[in-house]
Design a protein around this ligand. Structure first.
Ligand SMILES: [Zn+2]
Length: 290
C-alpha cells in the first residue's frame, strides 16, 4: 500500500452516524474474535505480539464514521506488521498473537483508561464515532476487545512460563512522515527499563549493516507517560520478562516481499541476542526466579 501524500479534510464525512451509544454488543456473530493466534504449538521460548496488525472495524461501529482511505492510513493500523510478525514468529517457531481490530476501535497498546485508548482524534483526523462516547460504550469496547486480548497474552505467557522465562517481541511500524517531519530511520527499538537488550540489539543491527539508521527510543519513547500501562509494561516489565519493542518504517514493509526482507534483517541481529538469553537461562542459577 502506498502512502501518498494528499490533502485531507480534518473531518471525514463518509457516513452520517448518530452519536454512538452503547450497543447491545460491539462484536456480532459475523465479526471475527478480537485476536488470532498463529503457530500456537511453536517450540520457541517467546511470543510475537502485534497490537496494531489490523484496521478492521466491527460491523456495528459502521467504520467509525471514517472514510475507507482513513482507515487504510497509518492511523487505522500499523501497516505491514502482520506480515513482519508472521515471518518472525515462523522463523523463531514462536506463537504470534495478532489483534483483529483497528487501534481506532480500541488501542490495545495503551492503558485502558488513557485518553488515547479510544482516541477522539488521530493525526488531525477526528474519529467521529469516538467523540462524546459514553462511559458505558467505552467499557463495552474494553470488555469485548481489549480485555480478551490482554487475557490471551497472559494465557500464552503463562503457558511459556511453565517451560522457562519467555521473551516477548512487540512488532509495530511508524509512518515515514508526521506533521511534515521526515522520519529517516529504517527501524527503531523502543524501551523503558530494559535499555541493555535494546542497546545491544541496536548495536548488532548497525554492526551487520552500518548504512542502516536505527532509532533508539525514536520517533517514540516507551518512557513517555502515554505508554505507562501499555502492552510491554503490563506483560513484560511487570513480570520482569525480557522483551524487544521494534518499529519498522511503514514504506519499507508495505508488501509481503519487503516485509520478509526487513524481518530477515532484524532476525539476523536478534538471533545472537536470543541465544545469549537462552544460555543465561541454562546457566547454573537458572531458571531465574521472579
Ligand atoms: Zn503500533
Amino acid at each position: 500500500m502506498s502512502l501518498t501524500k494528499r490533502k485531507r479534510a480534518t473531518i471525514s464525512p463518509a457516513v452520517k452516524i448518530p452519536k454512538m451509544r452503547a450497543l447491545k454488543k460491539v462484536l456480532s456473530d459475523t465479526d471475527p474474535p478480537p485476536f488470532q493466534v498463529l503457530n500456537q504449538r511453536g517450540n520457541g521460548m517467546g511470543l510475537v505480539i502485534c497490537d496494531h496488525a489490523s484496521n478492521r472495524v466491527p460491523r456495528a461501529l459502521k467504520g467509525l464514521g471514517l472514510q475507507k482511505h482513513d482507515l487504510n492510513r497509518h492511523i487505522g493500523w500499523d501497516i505491514g506488521t502482520e506480515d513482519v510478525g508472521k515471518r518472525i514468529g515462523k522463523e523463531l517457531d514462536m506463537p504470534i498473537v495478532l489483534a483483529n481490530y483497528s487501534r481506532l476501535v480500541v488501542d490495545l497498546n495503551r492503558a485502558p483508561h488513557h485518553s488515547e485508548c479510544i482516541p477522539e482524534v488521530s493525526d488531525k483526523t477526528i474519529i467521529i464515532a469516538n467523540n462524546d462516547l459514553s462511559k458505558k460504550a467505552k467499557e463495552q469496547r474494553l470488555r469485548e476487545i481489549f480485555w480478551p486480548y490482554q487475557k490471551q497474552l497472559e494465557k500464552q505467557i503463562n503457558r511459556l512460563l511453565r517451560k522457562g522465562r519467555p521473551f516477548l517481541l512487540a512488532v509495530h511500524s511508524f509512518t515515514p512522515e508526521l506533521n511534515d517531519v521526515k522520519r529517516p530511520w529504517h527501524m527503531s527499538v523502543l524501551w523503558n527499563k530494559q535499555e541493555k537488550i535494546a542497546k545491544r540489539l541496536i548495536a548488532e543491527i548497525r554492526r551487520r549493516d552500518p548504512s542502516l539508521l536505527v532509532g533508539s527510543n525514536e520517533p517514540y519513547t516507551l518512557k513517555d507517560e502515554r505508554f505507562t500501562g501499555s502492552t510491554m509494561y503490563r506483560h513484560a516489565e511487570e513480570r520482569d520478562l525480557p522483551y524487544v519493542f521494534v518499529e519498522f518504517r511503514q514504506d519499507l514493509i508495505d508488501t509481503k516481499e519487503k516485509a520478509a526482507h526487513w524481518a530477515n534483517v532484524f532476525l539476523q541481529a536478534l538471533r545472537p541476542i536470543l541465544d545469549e538469553l537462552t544460555s543465561l537461562q541454562a546457566g547454573p542459577n537458572s531458571p531465574r526466579k521472579k
